[in-house]
Design a protein. Sequence first.
Length: 283
Amino acid sequence: MNLLLLIEQLTTGGKIVIGIFFAILLGMLFYFALKMAELSYVMKRKKPFYVHSPFFLKQLNEPQKLILQNQFKFYNKLNSKYKKYFEHRVASFIADKEFVGRSGLQITEEMKVLISATAVMLTFGFRDFYIALINNIFIYPEEFYSTINDDYHKGEFNPKLQTLVLSWKDFKKGFAIDNDNLNLGIHEFAHAIHLNSIKERDVSSTIFSDSFKELTTLLSNEETLRKDLIASKYFRDYAYTNQFEFIAVIIETFIETPDEFKSLFPEIYDKTKQMLNFNFAGY
């Protein structure tokens, strides 16, 4: 009652200030309640409340859309609603990153669209799809000399410089053969997503990191599964170099040969699917 009397004695300006204060306070409490509710949902379901927003969707121009239709198989597996979301994300990703040609290479719309579509495909189950650790994408015509280890590379990700580097020749080769579990673009973007998930605290990064921890725990505890995995030769030997290469290789494999992956190692497949929140396009 004393508070109400005090408010009544305030000037109009004072009442407005108090009103704004309470509105902000209620907004903060509502936001906090939503975050707590989503956290509970994520812990139980291992996925966010929502992923895509149907509002303010960007569009690709017709030549860009034709590139997706003619060259990106994953896009064509999506229904019409998800195609619009995919186009929006590709357009947004292109606008957000700096594409730079190296060794005289001229950047084309094909390069921008296909490289961006690869990133969008891998993060299509994420709410935040921008991969904040990437600001620049350098594209060479073919293999390039890297000062990181004084050797020639087909691709690399440098988190300190927030730069992804790709050989265009080898990027295209990765999609030309789509069932050999070798895809340069997927591999390098998987590294970026993995490191980004360690740095960021958004809901999708949390799910990715937690799911990968569950996968490593599964493999640590299941000796028979671990031995079967290595003996099968399904994942190339490079996967066992370290945890970063392992996650990149299993994501390559998940995208390129999902049916075989699910048949051979259903538990690992399910953890990878959970990691990416991949519930579309037949996966």
